[in-house]
Design a binder for this molecule. Structure first.
Ligand code: HPA
Length: 282
């Protein structure tokens, strides 16, 4: 049996985390720029800095705390990543998506991804949420490309994964219902991801609109691809922190996220409560 280095790393990281807590998460949540405070809602939590977890790298981006929080919401065991790793920081796709593999190894069945995004759809306002129904990957790469470089062995991942149903329809409708019951404005739309870290030119925004994107970001999509390769169900939600192309800087993106974190918290907590009431994870 060939031992794959990356798989061994995934197991080591997961075993380390398992030793820190008895809670075995069934939902994983990745929080984007400025959205980390959602973890305040978690009960019986155990907080583990990324710097302590074997093979996790440190987050270098402002607004990304760099901690894994494991605990419960409505008695459902969850794992929350406060901050993610970005391709534009110079990490390989293998590194960017390593935490998704670790969360799967911990036992999660579904992944919720959140991120800050620029609004491309003219109807979107700053502070709106967009439930992701589909995506356009413009990063020029993906985590299943160059499997050897990304640390997989042939038998471990089927590279030709189906992406026609990447965003789970039941979770989309659960998100829509929960948002409307909680009085939170949420549209659905298509998310595009660019490499970053530079923002878009006016011509690029025009192009993105013509391609059918409603919002644009620099993250999330690699994690979604990895989650689908691992057969995890995916729910994705973007906070529109700005209209794409208006003069902006990362500080303002983080500030806008922080302003809206309470509403995102209510939405995600509401979804988790409904999942709990339903008694199964879809
Ligand atoms: N473009 C790309 N990524 C982003 C933006 C944007 O306008 N806002 C927040 N993340």
């Amino acid at each position: 049996m060939i031992k794959n280095a990356q798989t061994e790393r995934v197991k080591k990281a997961a075993n380390f985390i398992k030793k820190q807590t008895d809670v075995r998460p069934i939902i994983g949540i990745i929080l984007g720029s400025g959205l980390g405070n959602f973890a305040e809602n978690i009960e019986n939590k155990r907080t583990i800095p990324y710097s302590k977890i074997p093979y996790f790298v440190n987050t270098t981006v402002k607004g990304h705390t760099g901690r894994l929080v494991i605990g419960k919401i409505s008695n459902l065991p969850i794992a929350v990543m406060q901050g993610r790793f970005h391709y534009y920081e110079g990490h390989s796709m293998g590194v960017v998506t390593f935490p998704v593999r670790v969360l799967k190894q911990l036992g999660i069945k579904c992944l919720f991804v959140t991120n800050a995004a620029g609004g491309i759809n003219p109807k979107f306002k700053t502070g709106d949420f967009m439930i992701i129904k589909d995506h356009i990957n413009l990063m020029g790469t993906n985590p299943l490309l160059n499997q050897a470089q990304n640390g997989f062995i042939d038998s471990e991942f089927e590279p030709f994964i189906n992406m026609t149903d990447a965003y789970d329809k039941q979770y989309i409708s659960l998100g829509e219902k929960t948002a409307s019951k909680s009085g939170i404005r949420a549209k659905t739309g298509v998310l595009a991801a660019i490499q970053g870290p530079i923002y878009e030119t006016p011509a690029e925004i025009k192009m993105l609109r013509r391609l059918g994107a409603d919002a644009v970001c620099m993250s999330a999509i690699p994690e979604v691809i990895m989650a689908r390769a691992l057969n995890l169900k995916v729910f994705g939600i973007s906070l529109i922190t700005n209209k794409a192309g208006v003069h902006l800087c990362h500080e303002n993106v983080v500030k806008e996220s922080e302003k809206n974190i309470e509403r995102l918290g209510r939405l995600l907590t509401g979804m988790i409560e409904r999942i709990k009431k339903r008694g199964s994870i879809y």
